[in-house]
Design a protein around this ligand. Sequence first.
Ligand SMILES: [Zn+2]
Length: 123
Amino acid sequence: MTLLYDRHRGRICCRWKEPVTMRFQGKDITIERQKTGSVRVSDLGTLSKRDLNSIKGSDRAVAISMFHKALLRDGVFTRDYVPSVCHVCGTSHDVRACFDSESQQLTWLCRVHDKRLGMLKVS
Ligand SMILES: [Zn+2]
């Protein structure tokens, strides 16, 4: 599962894969479908209780909680926070925090490099 923190939209977004069974040429096949969802987060770092309640007990809720803690540790929600630069190209334009729930690694990436990361994670 990959997570993103989008400061402008005030949202933590998740991308994950879910197996979906469908019929193809008379056979049942299972494909992995990419899904997305998001949870609102205030400028001060408070997660929306309503959004959290709707995913209570899921893997997503656990991953968001880990990501949220990592963002708090990084001081992202403090007033004097200086936005980070893209890990790959160093731009400060449109940079978002990306989090991998398996490695629990927080990386800052611009939109271009976040997309590349997303593609690498297709497996
Ligand atoms: Zn970049």
